[in-house]
Design a protein around this ligand. Structure first.
Ligand code: FES
Length: 75
């Protein structure tokens, strides 16, 4: 887990790689830190400029997006 809350960001349309391992220093995006883990980033195709709630707890059932699962995690 990188944080127990989503990263809510205004995004431009484009392709992004979401960090699945929680180790990236560039949350919520991949910086290659997963290389020694079994995790792989998830590619997101954002088709229009909009606000996105990226999952920060890494436990969402709708990765890479927040689905509220973080509220059930005890920190
Ligand atoms: S931050 Fe992971 S489900 Fe909300």
């Amino acid at each position: 887990m990188s944080q127990n809350a989503p990263y809510v960001l205004d995004m431009k349309a484009g392709i992004y790689t979401w960090c699945a391992c929680g180790l990236s220093k560039n949350q919520p995006f991949c910086d290659g830190s997963h290389s020694a883990t079994p995790f792989r980033p998830i590619t997101a195709h954002i088709t229009e400029d909009k606000k996105i709630a990226w999952c920060g707890c890494k436990a969402s059932n709708k990765k890479p997006y927040c689905d509220g699962t973080h509220a059930k995690i005890k920190s």
